[in-house]
Design a protein around this ligand. Structure first.
Ligand code: SUG
Length: 455
């Protein structure tokens, strides 16, 4: 890659649009917010507008911002596969009566959390100098298992240019290869355009003897396996020198940390993490230091400063850590961080005042998403791109003022302000949702990606 190309490298955050069926169904085991808020009435319009406002304000602050469409929901095809038949209205009515938990699952707007859409290796680190993509199988829950096929089509529609981008198959959707995507993957480097080291964090090992000292969570499931992380690294052509595989602390999973991005966030050379993030903290840091070309800057938050309960409730570590041109970094935290005194104090006295590049904290209200356990970092998929790669993107997916205006008007036109669990069986909701999505693919110029468009 030429020097000019290298210096043009930027991280683009692709946020997932909150879909028209956003609701609270308590579907995610091990995700404390989702489990606590199941049954609440949601406000899809507010959720979508909160997400768009976050995107807009980061774009206004100079960060490159992209957008990804939601999925086709309710997934009536999935209900038909499970034996429900008749008209769409009949399928919804029968599912609502006989298996309400299935209806709730096929209505989830969970694709908004694009940190789980897949894992991406930027061209800088790949042997063939192309960006590599693997959609996550999300096999650990039924409602998320429904996402990868459409996710793959969306990623292929946007990152279409084969000269620049390469797409891999979803890993086998079986517990041994349980994969939750970029939420358990962090690329550490100097500048974004310099070679990176890929930190893959897993919750359990599926095959072989459990290594000495390794333990598994007892209360909640470990959603990522070592084997899945290794397979993704292999697909992308990453070598041993470029990868670090680290086990997540099982006690953290049992406290509600269902993804690594609920307890750690990295950007450039900075790794902001809680003391309880890794089972082998020292070993993980040592390996990163050995493999990285630039010095690692670990920012460790001890348990005595932020309890696990505070970490999980505030989502401090599910912040976005963004690079500024002057070398400083901005931390984008959810509003819940202000509600927990110990967390807010830690941000002020420890993170901002500490000897590290974090120089600014920006608070964002993404409450509609937070009630389902999705903070600012869950809502975005990071893609590091050169200028040439950005120019090669298909569709109208990089946020501009005009796109923001169009998307806001689209939400205002199509979204409801109230969705209670009983509303999910309403056939009108399904029709509204399809009409909205059909218009969205035209607005984003990505072509047909949804089952109803493909026939
Ligand atoms: O998989 N919640 C999602 C939240 C995902 C957050 N993503 C990251 N940490 N990157 C999950 O647990 C809840 C849906 C419901 O209950 O209705 C849900 O799927």
């Amino acid at each position: 890659m030429s020097a000019a190309d290298l210096s043009s490298v930027r991280e683009v955050n692709f946020d997932g649009l909150v879909g028209p069926t956003h609701n609270y169904s308590g579907l995610a085991v091990g995700n404390v917010a989702s489990m606590n808020h199941g049954g609440l009435v949601s406000n899809p319009k507010e959720g979508a507008l909160q997400g768009l406002l976050k995107m807009k304000s980061l774009m206004d602050a100079g960060y490159a911002q992209g957008v990804l469409p939601p999925q086709q929901r309710p997934d009536i095809g999935a209900l038909r596969d499970l034996g429900f038949s008749g008209s769409n209205g009949e399928v919804l009515a029968r599912a609502s009566k006989e298996a309400p938990q299935l209806l709730r699952a096929v209505c989830s707007a969970s694709s908004m959390w694009t940190a789980n859409a897949g894992t991406i290796t930027p061209s800088i680190d790949a042997p063939d100098s192309r960006g590599h993509f693997t959609p996550a199988n999300l096999q650990s829950s039924f409602h998320r298992y429904l996402e990868p096929q459409t996710t793959g089509r969306v990623l292929k529609a946007i990152f279409r240019d084969e000269q620049h981008f390469c797409h891999h198959p979803v890993l086998p959707a079986t517990p041994a290869f349980s994969d939750e995507g970029a939420a358990n993957h962090t690329r550490l480097c100097g500048e974004h355009g310099e070679p990176g080291v890929h930190l893959f964090v897993y919750g359990r090992q599926a095959f072989g003897d459990v290594r000495s000292g390794e333990r598994e969570p007892k209360r909640y499931p470990a959603r990522q396996t070592l084997e899945a992380s290794q397979a993704v690294a292999r697909q992308h052509g990453l070598t041993e020198a470029q990868t670090v595989f680290s086990q997540q602390h099982p006690d953290a999973i049992d406290a509600g940390v269902f993804h690594n991005d609920v307890i750690a966030v990295g950007n450039g050379p900075v790794l902001l993490y809680h003391e309880m993030a890794f089972l082998d903290e020292e070993g993980t840091l040592d390996e990163l230091r050995t493999k990285m070309a630039s010095p690692l800057i670990p920012v460790r938050v001890p348990l005595e400063a932020v309890s696990m309960e505070d970490a999980v409730a505030s989502y401090l570590f599910n912040s976005q850590l963004l690079s500024n041109p002057d070398g400083t970094m901005t931390l984008v935290v959810p509003g819940e961080c202000q509600e927990r005194e110990a967390v807010w104090r830690t941000i002020q006295d420890y993170l901002l005042a500490g000897n590290n590049p974090i120089s600014e904290v920006v608070v964002k209200d993404v409450k509609q998403s937070m009630r389902n356990g999705g903070g600012p970092a869950c809502l975005r998929l990071r893609v590091v791109l050169t200028e040439a790669e950005r120019a090669a993107l298909s569709g109208r997916v990089l946020l501009t003022n005009a796109l923001y205006t169009d998307l806001t008007a689209w939400v205002e036109r199509h979204y409801r302000v109230r969705l209670a669990p009983d509303d999910l069986a309403d056939p009108q909701l399904a029709e509204e949702s399809l009409a909205a999505l059909d218009e969205l693919t035209q607005l984003l110029k990505i072509g047909p990606v949804y089952p109803f468009q493909l026939g």
